[in-house]
Design a protein around this ligand. Structure first.
Ligand code: F6P
Length: 496
């Protein structure tokens, strides 16, 4: 397998951002584009035409086009686990067989949703979605972003095994009107199964006669769900080849499809498909996920940036940073190439972020004047998500734009403590509206950007062996296994 050669990228010596704008009047046009209701602007990064060309050559060396085709063709590109990565088939972009299979599963989900709406399972007002990682972060983001005005169902997503998380949801739900959705690709995740058992005990402890009759399973392991006690008619399967952190398009998106309505769910899939087609068919230098990954890699490989921050200037997208953390860090936080060779270059930077304008009053000090260079991504929405008047939204968006300008421009001052070095990069994603279609496109953009990063880094983004050791050790701790002195002491202090 080809290994990435970063020497040309590292040899690039772009001028300062201010100079780059001065030198090239077409810079904004070259480094911005519009796809699927999203305006992308990388002009305030140090990407130049030379850099884009150098990255395009690296992409050719690393076989990006072939890997992209293999992804959409449903080839077994998850080489370490010997299977395809077929999340795009969920939105209609994949091999005919996998698209047909995904449509079959979606039809089954829709039929169950129709039955729930017809009260075939009794009255349902509350949906308790239990899952963790990819089985929680995606659906929770969808419901939080798009479901604020949806009053048909009250949805709670419970992931943490800390009983306080479950209790908070149970305290506000009516057991007689609660439906439990157990979301687990493997149906073996200990946190999810314990939360599910406790939720079931809560139903029966509160007089629900047939608690299992109120349970739906969302899983790629339907046999395990049936064995656990879920009736086969309420198991909503999805394909094993859909990875956990890429699964919100499948039956894992059930609470969103129910709470937002089937039409909205389909629009979200269509928006994602539009981004997929853009990714598949557009030349690299006008391709949004590709250009975003080029900027990511420039800062990681040539400028030594160890983190990258995303700030959502929209309360509806407050869960975006957590969602991105799993997507990017679980996919590309690796230290060996797809064929098992150790890497000698940094892989995924640490993804972090927050919500604007809150973050301006907490962490932006470091972005403006700290010693570390952090590429920043701003995400905003032109249409406000509230009826509080224009002043709020105007101030919100103007703050976002001003932060990007300030990071770039900096400010001189005799007193160094009051000086801003400037030349600090940011990119901006401006959504026309936060509707299901645009949100679908945004999330597909992030998935494909993660994929491009992986290909150029030489990684397989679709496995996650790094999470297993901790799970093994937790099981060993349950069984009283031997640990180091510190860990044994902590166990002893907590449990005697
Ligand atoms: O532990 C990591 C992980 O396997 C994630 O990849 C996954 O999204 C999460 O756990 C939940 O897994 P499952 O959906 O199988 O319960």
């Amino acid at each position: 397998m080809a290994l990435p050669d970063w020497s040309t990228i590292q040899a690039l010596k772009p001028a300062s951002l201010k100079q780059l704008f001065d030198q090239d009047p077409a810079r904004l046009a070259t480094l911005s584009l519009d796809v699927a209701g999203i305006h992308f602007d990388w002009s305030k990064t140090h990407l130049t035409s030379d850099a884009v060309q150098a990255f395009a050559r690296l992409a050719a060396d690393m076989g990006l086009s072939a890997r992209r085709d293999a992804l959409f063709a449903g080839e077994a590109i998850n080489v370490t686990e010997g299977r395809a990565a077929e999340h795009t088939a969920e939105r209609g972009e994949g091999s005919p067989e996998s698209v047909a299979r995904a449509r079959g599963f979606h039809a089954r989900m829709r039929a169950l949703i129709d039955a729930i709406e017809a009260e075939a399972l009794g009255p349902v007002r509350h949906i308790l979605h239990i899952g963790i990682g990819g089985s929680a972060l995606g659906p929770e983001l969808l419901v939080d972003a798009l479901g604020r005005d949806a009053d048909r169902y009250d949805v709670a997503v419970v992931s943490n095994v800390d009983g306080a998380a479950l209790e908070e949801a149970l305290d506000r739900f009516d057991p007689q009107a609660t439906l439990i959705a157990i979301a687990s690709k493997t149906f073996t995740t200990t946190e999810t199964l314990l939360n599910a058992e406790s939720a079931l005990a809560w139903l029966s402890g509160n007089g629900v006669e047939d608690p299992y009759g109120r349970v739906v399973a969302l899983t790629a392991a339907p046999d395990k769900a049936v064995e656990w006690g879920v009736d086969e008619t309420r198991v909503l399967p999805f394909a094993e080849s859909v990875g956990g952190r890429y699964s919100l398009w499948s039956s894992i998106g059930f609470p969103a499809a129910l709470a937002l309505g089937w039409e909205a769910f389909e629009e979200m899939l269509e928006g994602a498909a539009e981004m997929d087609r853009h990714f598949r068919l557009t030349p690299l230098d006008r391709n949004a996920p590709v250009l975003a990954a080029f900027a990511d890699l420039y800062y990681a490989q040539a400028r030594g940036c160890e983190t990258r921050a995303t700030f959502a200037y929209d309360e509806r997208l407050r869960l975006l940073p957590s969602y991105l953390q799993q997507l990017e860090m679980e996919s590309n936080g690796k230290r060996v190439t797809a064929d098992g060779q150790p890497v000698s270059w940094p892989t995924a930077p640490i993804t972090w972020g927050g919500v604007g304008t809150d973050a301006q009053h907490a962490v932006f000090q470091l972005l403006h004047q700290g010693t570390r260079l952090v590429p920043v991504e701003f995400v905003g929405v032109i249409e406000p998500g509230h009826a509080q008047g224009d002043l709020h939204h105007r101030q919100l968006l103007l703050n976002m734009f001003a932060q990007g300008a300030a990071l770039m421009a900096g400010k001189e001052h005799q007193d160094l403590a009051r000086a801003y070095p400037g030349d600090r990069p940011s990119s901006t994603l401006l959504l026309s509206d936060l509707d299901p279609r645009t949100l679908g496109a945004l999330l597909a953009f992030y998935e494909q950007r993660t994929f491009v990063n992986a290909v150029l880094l030489g990684l397989n983004p679709f496995d996650q062996f790094g999470v297993e050791l901790g799970k093994e050790m937790a099981r060993a701790a349950e069984q009283g296994g031997d640990f180091d002195a510190s860990t044994s002491d902590l166990i002893q202090r907590a449990f005697g």
